[in-house]
Design a protein around this ligand. Structure first.
Ligand code: AVJ
Ligand code: FE
Length: 434
């Protein structure tokens, strides 16, 4: 199957330097998130599903030392931190008893110095996949830190009934955008026909995680997918039509979930109509599915989503990103905390896919109807707990990344997964016509 990444053509030494630069940039972005975090916020568990942000920071360091120092070179630094920061150690509710931020930063620095020292002399050919995995591991925890901080500030400071986006905009020290610049009048009804035929799913490049492999052919029937993610303006009609009070639109499991949670609108919802062209954000899989039914549509399968995102039907080849092979920048999509909130769904024409879909990467994650599972020939890496233990028919695949996704975890083949009832993540969705 064809290679879609040019990585292998650059020299080993250039790859060493690039890796170092990436790890440095990734860490700078992670630490930037903590600039205004006080010790209380650092240790606080905002929600039962998620650990305190300070724990994520320590876990980033611990994981780096485990895989790049201990496993590869027998270097065991700070063994006393293992119990606290190992992934399968303490339950999430007991991860709040943390050393202060300054101490954890020191911990991370010491590990990083040792790691970079190794990088100068090691056989990179041998370890490259592992190092790139580590970069993506930090990227993912960095995103979790970003949305947990938003969530926590919202819970802690928002006046009752306040608008999420206005609050969020203030946090980000961002002007509320009063009027969208170019509102496409067809945002609400624009669908794209994806003709029946073969396409390529997954990835075998060095960055590909275990769950993205192996790259394989898929053959889909013709379908019609939304050009844009579902917007707040569209979703409002579901709320106003009392969609949350009408079991017609909900699956049995979804309706049960709704009764338990008492939810009446998306988590990150604003009544301010100036946000109507932003994608809906903070919905569970159940809400996404109910909305799709309400408008006579359905959620895309992962394969449908991926074909619309990265298949170039003219050239009969797969792209790494919707726009091609260029590493993501601010002009392609809303990611990497550059804006720290959602943007209008038509704001990034340079990021369109070959089929003309917008916002396939960045802005909000998109729920699919696909249960998370391994592709044929799946081989777990670097440990079964990374992906394989979640092949339990309890998690749905999300695609595309959000405004907080770091560029190293952003690509069309990337697979995220969560329980269908989770809505604290930065997730929306788009629909496929029935
Ligand atoms: C893929 C984002 C669901 O954060 O639980 C981090 C990624 N796995 N450390 C998570 C992950 C191990 C994972 N998600
Ligand atoms: Fe982890």
């Amino acid at each position: 199957m064809q290679q879609t990444s040019g990585d292998s053509v650059i020299s080993l030494d250039a790859r060493r330097q690039q890796l170092k630069q990436w790890m440095h940039n990734c860490r700078a972005g992670t630490l930037a998130l903590f600039e205004t975090v006080d010790e209380t916020t650092f240790c606080h568990q905002a929600h039962a599903e998620f650990s305190p942000v300070g724990w994520h920071l320590g876990h980033i360091g611990y994981t780096e030392s485990l895989w790049l120092l201990e496993r590869q070179a027998g270097i065991k630094l700070f063994p006393e931190y293992r119990r606290l920061f190992v992934a399968d150690g303490l339950p999430k509710s007991q991860r709040g008893n943390l050393p202060p931020l300054a101490e954890i930063k020191e911990y991370l620095n010491t590990i990083r110095n040792n790691v970079f020292q190794r990088l100068e002399t090691l056989d990179l050919e041998q370890e490259e996949r592992l190092w790139r995995w580590l970069l993506q591991h930090e990227s993912q925890h960095s995103e979790t830190i970003a949305f947990v901080l938003q969530l926590q500030r919202w819970y802690a400071q928002a006046p009752v009934g306040a608008s999420w986006q206005l609050f969020n905009a203030r946090q980000a020290n961002f002007m509320v955008n009063p009027a969208p610049t170019e509102v496409a009048s067809d945002i609400n009804s624009d669908t794209i026909c994806i003709q029946a035929g073969e396409s390529i799913q997954g990835s075998d490049t060095i960055d590909a995680l275990d769950n993205e492999r192996s790259q394989h052919l898929v053959n889909l029937d013709t379908y019609f997918i939304d050009r844009y993610p579902v917007t707040c303006g569209q979703y409002r009609r579901f709320i106003e039509a009392r969609g949350y009070e009408n079991s017609t639109w909900w699956s049995q499991a979804g309706w049960r979930w709704l009764q338990t949670e008492g939810v009446t609108k998306p988590l990150y919802w604003s009544d301010d109509t100036r946000w109507d062209d932003r994608p809906v954000c903070g919905v569970s899989w159940y809400e996404a599915q109910a909305y799709a039914r309400f408008v006579g549509k359905r959620l895309p399968t992962e394969a449908e989503w991926e074909k619309a995102a990265c298949w170039d039907v003219g050239a009969k080849c797969r792209r790494t990103y919707p726009w091609g092979e260029d590493f993501p920048t601010e002009k392609h999509c809303n990611h990497d905390n550059a804006v720290s909130q959602t943007t209008p769904v038509n704001a990034y024409p340079a990021g369109q896919s070959a089929y003309g879909c917008y916002d396939m990467l960045g802005n909000v994650w998109e729920w699919t109807s696909t249960l998370f599972d391994g592709y044929q020939g799946f081989a777990s890496y670097p440990y079964p707990g990374y992906s394989q233990v979640y092949f339990d028919a309890q998690h749905y695949v999300l695609k595309g990344g959000s405004w907080a996704t770091r560029p190293w975890a952003l690509r069309s083949s990337f697979r995220n997964w969560y329980h269908p009832g989770v809505r604290q993540i930065l997730a929306g969705f788009r629909c496929v016509t029935l």
